[in-house]
Design a protein around this ligand. Structure first.
Ligand code: GAR
Length: 191
C-alpha cells in the first residue's frame, strides 16, 4: 500500500504510553496500514511524549483543564483520520465525539461491558472473576459504552496481585489495539 493511503492516527495519551508504543511499532513494521501523525497529551510529563519524540513523531501538549479546543485544532492540522485514546484519562464531551463520528476508538483493560470506568483491573480482582481481558471499542457519548471492535480474554490467576494482572492484561491490549486499527484501515469494519 502506498504511503498516501495510510490511515493517519492521532493518539491521545496521559501517561506511560505502552499502547502508543505498540501502535508505533506495528506501524513501523508495516503490520498495519497506518501512521502516527501526532501524539497529543493533556499531561506535559507523560512518558508517552518521550516515546513519540524518540520516533520523530510530532507531539502537542494541550491545556489540562480545557483540552478539547486545542485537540480539535491539532487533529485538523494533522488531517487525522482516526483518533486513538491510549490511556487518555479524560472523558470527551458529547460535542467532541460528534465532531469525529465513528472515528474515535479506545482501549479498556476489561471485557466490556464488565468493569467500565476507572481501576478496571481492581474491579475484576474485587469481583473474584476468573476471566477478564481487554477491549477496543468505538467511543460514543457514554463512558466505555460504544460498539466493541475486538476483545481478548485474560485469566485471573489464584495468586494474582494488581500488578501481575495489570501486566497480563496490558500484553493483551498491545496485541489487539493494532489489530483493531488494521480492521478500520482496511475498511473491513464500520460503525
Ligand atoms: C491501559 O491499561 C489502558 O487500557 C487504560 O490505561 C492504561 C494506559 O496504559 N485505560 C483506561 O483505563 C481507560 N478507561 P499505557 O499508557 O501504558 O498505554
Amino acid at each position: 500500500m502506498s504511503v498516501s493511503k495510510k490511515l493517519k492516527l492521532g493518539i491521545l495519551v496521559s501517561g506511560r504510553g505502552s499502547n502508543l508504543q505498540a501502535i508505533i511499532d506495528a506501524c513501523e513494521k508495516n503490520k498495519i496500514d497506518a501512521e502516527v501523525s501526532v501524539v497529543i497529551s493533556n499531561n506535559p510529563g507523560a512518558f508517552a511524549m518521550e516515546r513519540a519524540k524518540k520516533h520523530n513523531i510530532p507531539i502537542e501538549v494541550v491545556d489540562a483543564k480545557n483540552p478539547e479546543p486545542e485537540i480539535l485544532q491539532t487533529l485538523g492540522k494533522y488531517r487525522v483520520d482516526l483518533v486513538c485514546l491510549a490511556g487518555f484519562m479524560k472523558i470527551l464531551s458529547p460535542a467532541f465525539v460528534k465532531a469525529y463520528p465513528a472515528k474515535i476508538i479506545n482501549i479498556h483493560p476489561a471485557l466490556l461491558p464488565a468493569f467500565p470506568g476507572l481501576h478496571a483491573q481492581k474491579q475484576a480482582l474485587d469481583a473474584g472473576v476468573k476471566m477478564t481481558g481487554a477491549t477496543v471499542h468505538f467511543v460514543d457519548e457514554g463512558c466505555d459504552t460504544g460498539p466493541i471492535i475486538l476483545q481478548k480474554s485474560v485469566p485471573v490467576l489464584e495468586n494474582d496481585s494488581l500488578e501481575s494482572l495489570t501486566q497480563r492484561i496490558l500484553e493483551a491490549e498491545h496485541e489487539i489495539y493494532p489489530q483493531a486499527i488494521q480492521r478500520i484501515a482496511t475498511g473491513s469494519l464500520k460503525f
